[in-house]
Ligand binder design. Structure first.
Ligand code: NAD
Length: 336
């Protein structure tokens, strides 16, 4: 297997029409020439969140092995971010769709092995962690070992855990150099902010903007607002992906912020940014996920001397501003 790093590698990003994939291509353009990058997504090009000239932008369904072979041709590095996913509302009600992403990950691994790629990065998730270890609101941060014994998030989490194991065995049995990062809640400009696949930071911004624009005085919160989470700003995520993919870390590793907040605190922050105070209506029947989840960053600090460090209030300010613009543009377009 070709593990040497070429001076001018050809780089493939899957899921490039999505949130994180688009930012990754943007960053890679600072490192490699555009004609050394291929970006792939199943969505038609006009639906990609970001699109870059000079890059080989390909529309293809990576659940199909032939497509995977086609896009892996001549490729040295693979960043596999393609997945059928969304926030908790989506993953709790679309478990089969989430699990079908196993076809993407299986076929991408096979095609990468056959194309003799030298690096294969897989975007896993904190949803692989044992749900029984996340029942408390204030829990110890999750360290990499807490994925086992396996009892991940149903559907989405099982698929990620299984795909992580495939990366491990492709590495052991076929010598494919795989790198796996477990992302903890990523947010930032270009994230999905409406339509049912949005996650808590974006959904909170949208709901606060909606309340403001429509002069509604209240906001619906899923759950009782006491759930705890950490949220990683997109710039940290991209930096972490690049560091991990080029490191020697061949075991799954956390990539997340360790700034733990309650959902209520997240709403406080957005209200502060929007300069508004809303009545909170708690929908305890809505999907709310585990009670507590935080990233233990001991390993990433030890191995990379780095961890995501953007303060939530700073990242949320950027994100709110971007979603506000999108909201206004969408409402103007709907009126015309
Ligand atoms: P996203 O939905 O914005 O991007 C995923 C992209 O994959 C989409 O554009 C989608 O069209 C594409 N895709 C889906 N099925 C495909 C197929 N069959 N062939 C080709 N492309 C396909 O999601 P994101 O937030 O950018 O997430 C990227 C990766 O990071 C995913 O693997 C996701 O599971 C993982 N992750 C994200 C978060 C987060 O908070 N955003 C957290 C944990 C893990």
């Amino acid at each position: 297997m070709n593990t040497a790093i070429k001076e001018k590698p050809y780089v493939l990003v899957t899921g490039a029409g999505g949130f994180i994939g688009g930012h990754l291509v943007s960053k890679l353009l600072h490192i490699y020439d555009a004609n050394r990058i291929r970006a792939v997504d199943i969505k038609p090009l006009e639906q990609w969140k970001q699109i870059f000239e000079g890059v080989d932008n390909v529309v293809g369904d990576l659940q199909k092995i032939d497509e995977c072979h086609r896009v892996c041709e001549g490729v040295d590095f693979v960043y596999n971010l393609a997945s059928d996913m969304g926030g908790i509302g989506f993953i709790e009600t679309n478990k089969a769709l989430c699990m079908l992403s196993v076809l993407i990950n299986t076929n991408m691994l096979l095609a990468s092995r056959d194309a003799k790629v030298s690096r294969y990065f897989f975007s896993s998730s904190a949803c692989v962690y044992n749900t029984q270890k996340q029942q408390e609101f204030q829990l110890s941060p999750l360290s990499e070992e807490d994925a086992y014994p396996a009892m991940p998030e149903d559907g989405y989490g099982w698929e990620k855990l299984f795909s992580e194991r495939m990366c491990r065995h492709f590495s052991e049995d076929f010598g494919l150099a795989t790198r796996v990062a477990r992302f903890h809640n990523v947010y930032g400009p270009f994230c999905t902010w409406r339509g049912g696949r949005d996650k808590a930071p974006a959904a909170t911004c949208r709901k606060v903007i909606e309340a403001n624009v429509n002069q509604k005085k209240e906001i619906e919160i899923w759950g009782d607002g006491k759930q705890t989470r950490s949220f990683m700003y997109i710039d940290d995520c991209i930096e972490g992906i690049l560091k991990i993919s080029m490191s020697d870390i061949n075991q799954p590793i956390n990539l997340g912020s360790s700034e733990l907040v309650t959902i209520n605190h997240l709403v406080d922050l957005v209200e502060e940014i929007a300069e508004v105070k809303l009545k909170r209506v708690y929908n305890t029947n809505a999907a709310k996920g585990v009670n507590g989840r935080n990233s233990d960053n001991t390993k990433i600090i030890q191995l990379l001397n780095w961890e995501p460090s953007t303060r939530l209030k700073d990242g949320m300010r950027e994100t709110y501003g971007w979603i506000y613009e999108q909201y206004i543009q969408a409402s103007t377009a709907a009126r015309n």
